[in-house]
Write a protein that binds this ligand. Structure first.
Ligand code: PLP
Length: 456
């Protein structure tokens, strides 16, 4: 850290902070990029460089960066009461209004809402509710949970156990026992020669069924899936996938939890990814765009079947003993409520649908580039696969660090990209305009061309 001036924010960052998703050794050398301002879909760092954020922060800043209207709502809520909780019958109007609104827009009939502060907490809550449900139903052995390889569901001990990425488990001694992973439904990578997408989906559903049978259906309680896998690489489900998967879940009476943390609130061109891909979940985990990322808040929606079982447990056990200090935080709830109002006012879903063709066309055109093997997206989410050989779909030698090269060239051109291995996951702020999609695509093209020059 010698190259940063003593007492500079960079030196102080290195001296004090641990950054998630960051090589800590490398950080000592490269230091932080300190983001200091935001305006619409752009963020600026403390040296005055401005970037178009192709990932909306972490898939979440749906309305972009900086928001006067939400700031005022937060200010008023903080001035008014600032904090109260939902324990022991306490409530607040913002949480009531928010729950009502969420239930009114749910993709399938839902009965109640549990509020927390993050997507990880939402999935942790849903894990415990699956267990609570089966205990209430007198089937406590139905505890095993199945998610997909390469899925990301959070960093809590339960949610990271659902996560299907080995690097999130290895050095932590995880996943917990009873957290299982079925196939990664990435047709471009996992599809076999001559296999149609439908056939691939059938194979994915068969693999799920085989796993359930091998474990014993009487021991499997829940299945988790995102409509579009976000941190798995912005991977769309193959044709017919959810229909076939849900038939298996139904056959063995397994609760289905849709993780809508990324897909919820317009991302896929409908209010919910479940609507875009025909999911009929028993519970929904949502967060991120719920408050346009302006406040940490998440919501788990549960159906009547789950709620009735919980009621029965109250008759038997007394209080429902699960919750968080900040569940139903009145400031976060007020901001989320206002966010949903803004979505209605600006016709967010219609806007996403209006921009979608340009987004799909301009990024889809990138497949003509020698470094691009595939692009596939819907709404304003999509994954672009970087390959060394379009025919064989081989990726570059790791030593070449091609993603890092593209990333560096993109930053030079004022574009922030989100890489998942050799895939670029696009999820720009949902307020992006057609012109800005063009800007994003041309900066990307410049970065790809510059990387190709480096390689040849
Ligand atoms: N679920 C999905 C699909 C996510 O993408 C994420 C975060 O990226 C989470 C859960 C965890 O959310 P959080 O980081 O708010 O805990």
């Amino acid at each position: 850290m010698t190259h940063f001036a003593a007492n500079s924010p960079h030196a102080r960052d290195i001296a004090t902070l641990v950054h998630p998703g960051t090589n800590l050794r490398k950080h000592l050398d490269v230091g932080p990029t300190i983001m200091s301002r935001g305006d619409g879909i752009y963020v600026s760092d403390d040296s005055g460089r401005t970037f178009l954020d192709g990932g909306a922060g972490l898939w979440c800043a749906s309305l972009g960066f900086g928001n006067e209207r939400l700031a005022r709502v937060a200010y008023e809520a903080m001035k008014n009461i600032g904090y109260y909780h939902l324990y022991r019958h306490a409530s607040n109007e913002a949480s009531i209004d928010l729950a009502e609104k969420l239930l009114s827009i749910a993709p399938v009939p839902m009965s109640k809402v549990l509020l927390q502060s993050s997507g990880s907490e939402a999935n942790d809550t849903a894990v415990k509710l699956v267990w609570y449900y089966w205990n209430a139903m007198g089937k406590p052995e139905k505890r095993k949970l199945i998610a997909r390889s390469q899925a990301y569901h959070g960093s809590g001990i339960a949610s990271v156990s659902l996560t299907g990425k080995p690097e999130f488990h290895a050095a932590f001694g995880l996943p917990l026992p009873g957290f299982l992973h079925t196939e990664f439904p990435h047709y471009y990578r996992q599809g076999r020669d001559g296999e149609t997408e439908e056939e691939f989906s059938t194979r994915m559903a068969d693999a799920l069924e085989q796993l359930i049978l091998a474990e014993g259906p009487e021991t499997v309680g829940g299945f988790w899936a995102e409509p579009v896998m976000g941190a798995g690489g912005a991977v769309l489900p193959p044709a017919g996938y959810f229909e076939k998967i849900q038939a298996v879940l139904k056959k063995y009476d397994i609760l289905f939890v849709a993780d809508e943390v990324i897909c919820g609130f317009g991302r896929t061109g409908n209010m919910w990814g479940s609507q875009t891909f025909g999911l009929k979940p028993d519970m929904i985990a949502s967060a991120k765009a719920l408050s346009a990322a302006m406040q940490p808040i998440s919501a788990v929606l549960i159906n009547e079947r789950v709620y009735q079982a919980m009621l029965t447990q109250s008759d038997r056990l007394g209080a429902f003993v699960h919750g968080y200090t900040y569940a139903g935080h009145p400031v976060a709830a007020a901001v989320a409520l206002e966010t949903l109002k803004i979505y209605d006012e600006i016709g967010l879903v219609d806007h996403v649908r209006a921009i979608e063709p340009t987004f799909l066309k301009l990024l889809g055109d990138m497949v003509d580039h020698p470094l691009v093997g595939q692009f596939r997206g819907c709404g304003l989410i999509g994954g672009l696969e970087i390959v060394a050989d379009k025919e064989t779909r081989a990726i570059h030698d790791k030593a070449l660090d091609v993603p890092a090269k593209i990333d560096a060239h993109a930053r030079e051109r004022g574009l922030i990209l989100r890489f998942v291995g050799n895939r670029i996951a696009f999820s720009p702020p949902l307020i992006i305009t057609e012109e800005q999609v063009g800007e994003m695509a041309s900066r990307l093209k410049g970065a790809l061309d510059a990387t190709l020059d480096d390689l040849t």
